[in-house]
Ligand binder design. Structure first.
Ligand code: F6R
Length: 606
């Protein structure tokens, strides 16, 4: 999804901005552009924009594009087709104001009509251009006030960066629903919508809150609210290294991130296990034992893979803590005027911590007085800051659009939370010990699954002719089936459907035929015989079956055998080979694995 980069300092700005945009390429975009305060001629703003990749923009830049202050953008089309004209930055009528914008202006049609009636001629179809005109037409003296006046007229979400030809010593930025992070350097300042674009230059960052603005000068910055009162956002240090954003010898980020999972799981466990009391310490939870005992229900909210990890989490919490728990897509929850119960613990789950639907659900819950925790990967992200406490997932940066290592780490983080809640309630010491031993085994078991990659590659080739794939699992296996099905469709574009194995005979069995193979999750638990009966039903309809199980399944055509752990933890491990299956299916089909069509990392708009 759209990305913003900006710089003010002493260095040549264009190469810095292009490098920043390249760091944001993983988020998905369709066009790119740049605006600078030009050193050449009589000064003023210079812009260049192009549909397509950042390297196409680079090839367009004239030799004389010198300056030390600039903003740049990668666009993911919302208002108006992806083309050169609609690419950001957008200028006002006089070409004095340049704006880059992430988000959506909801009252764009109305504002556009008003401006047009006043004689404004629009160069593009975008909502962003409206902002440039509004800022340009403001009679206020200071740039900050011009931007503030324009923002007062806007309904919707934004992360913006603004240049003005008459104010060459500053960049003004603002945030409402779309991330804006300032990077503090040595007599230079950076801004971006994502720390990924900053970490190769500085690890000192300030994350703006919604309703906050900032003025960046080369050796100084100031933050304040959109009403104008000063705020004191303290800088924090980003822990992730710039190298964690590199491909590290892999052909794709997806492959790199799948391969990193043993280390990532090791990280989420590190320093948290308390053998003395057979439990775990979760430092940032902000939920004491008395409060934990008072929880009568747990409701987990997230989107996509985060929601599926939340489903695994809900089952773990029910099983280990015996608290009724369920997961729901945050994107649905926020629209259904849900009954908010004071004894329910709400948990928002998100890799990026910026997914708009999840953030909006959190804000609605908080408004209604609920206690909301976060299970989040990106430290200091909007959801991490809006929630009352929570568990960081520590997966490290996830660059590939589709989630893999973060899904697995989130499921482990939920296992830790479930164990913690369980040991405060009725989970015995013996069961606590058993789960801890199982958790400790996970990194090596994941490594073992990953060593079987070559076999999974061959299986992917075997099933590459499928016109559609069914994924089935029962109870613990069902979220695994759902996540595996999502993964396959996202990266390979093969149609896939996930169903509870128990529901197959109530309808979807009609789809089974040789061209529609089934991937069945068959853990060695109390439902093994039921699952074997499902395999039988599929076989009887000439369906091909690939089982993921703890032992060879005679009723399946192929089995991926995964090591056995505690039954409660089985779903965590059983998802890993199916990430590889999706990866190799996509590779065999020649897909753009890290940037699947129509998708973007971190959906920060509605
Ligand atoms: C799937 C995927 C998406 C995200 C979803 C939520 O591979 O990546 O479904 O899981 O958009 O994103 P976060 O976790 O950042 O809130």
């Amino acid at each position: 999804m759209c990305g913003i980069v900006g710089y003010i300092g002493k260095r040549d700005v264009a190469p810095l901005l292009l490098e920043g945009l390249q760091r944001l390429e993983y988020r998905g975009y369709d066009s790119a552009g740049i605006a600078i305060h030009s050193k050449a001629g009589g000064g003023g703003l210079k812009t260049a924009k192009a549909k397509g990749r950042v390297r196409e923009l680079e090839s367009l830049l004239p030799k004389r594009f010198a300056g030390n202050t600039g903003i740049a953008h990668t666009r993911w089309a919302t208002h108006g087709a992806p083309n050169d004209v609609n690419a950001h930055p957008h200028l006002d009528a006089e070409g004095k104001v340049a704006v880059v914008h992430n988000g959506i202006i909801d009252n764009a049609d109305e504002l556009r009509a008003k401006l047009a009636a006043d004689g404004v001629e629009f160069a593009s179809d975008t909502d962003t251009e409206i902002l440039a005109h509004l800022i340009g037409r403001s009679q206020a003296e200071k740039l900050e006030e011009k931007v503030r006046q324009a923002l007062r007229l806007i309904e919707g979400t934004y992360g913006i960066a603004v240049l003005h030809a008459d104010f060459p010593d500053r960049i003004v930025v603002a945030r409402n629903g779309s991330p804006v992070v300032l990077g503090i350097g040595e007599r230079e300042m950076f801004v971006s919508s994502d720390v990924a674009a900053l970490v190769s230059h500085t690890r000192q960052v300030v994350t703006l809150d919604d309703g906050e603005m900032a003025t960046l000068k080369a050796d100084d910055y100031r933050t304040y609210t959109t009403e104008g009162s000063r705020t004191s956002a303290a800088p924090t240090t980003v822990e992730w290294e710039a190298e964690s954003y590199d491909m590290g010898g892999h052909d794709t980020y997806m492959h790199k991130e799948i391969s990193e999972q043993a280390d990532a799981v090791d990280r989420v466990l590190r320093g948290r296990i308390d053998d003395r009391f057979s439990t775990v310490h979760l430092g940032g939870l902000n939920l004491d034992a008395r409060e934990a005992r008072g929880v009568r229900r747990v409701k987990i909210l997230g989107c996509g893979s985060a929601y599926h990890a939340g489903q695994i989490g809900a089952q773990l919490i029910e099983e280990l803590a015996r608290i009724p728990a369920d997961a729901e897509p945050a994107s649905e929850f926020r629209y259904r005027n849900a009954v908010v119960d004071p004894d329910t613990l709400y948990i928002a789950v998100s890799q990026s911590g910026e997914t708009y639907d999840t953030l909006a659900a959190v804000q609605e819950l908080k408004r209604k007085g609920a206690r909301v925790l976060g299970v989040v990967n990106v430290v200091g992200s909007a959801i991490a800051r809006e929630t009352d406490g929570g568990v960081y997932v520590h997966a490290g940066p996830e660059v590939c659009v589709v989630s893999t290592k973060c899904f697995t780490n989130t499921a482990v983080a939920f296992a830790l939370l479930a164990l913690h809640l369980g040991r405060i309630r009725d989970l015995s010491v013996a069961d606590g010990k058993r789960i801890i031993a199982g958790l400790r085994k996970l990194p090596e078991q994941i490594a073992e699954v990953l060593r079987g990659e070559e076999d999974i590659r061959k299986l992917a080739a075997e099933y590459a002719d499928a016109k559609s794939m069914m994924f089935v699992g029962r109870v613990r296996g069902y979220p695994v089936a759902r996540e595996a099905s999502l993964k396959l469709k996202e990266v390979s574009y093969v149609h896939a459907e996930a169903y509870p194995a128990s529901e197959l005979k109530h309808g979807p069995l009609a789809l089974i035929e040789p061209a529609v193979p089934t991937v069945a999750i068959v853990p060695d638990d109390d439902l093994l015989e039921k699952n074997r009966a499902t395999l039988e039903e599929i076989k009887a309809r000439s369906g091909r079956i690939l089982a993921v199980a703890h032992q060879e399944q005679d009723k399946a055509d192929h089995t991926i055998v995964v090591p056995k752990n505690e039954v409660e933890l089985d779903p965590i491990l059983m998802g890993v080979p199916l990430q590889l299956l999706a990866y190799h299916s996509a590779l065999a089909l020649g897909r753009d694995i890290d940037k699947p069509r129509n998708l973007a990392k971190s959906v920060t708009v509605e």
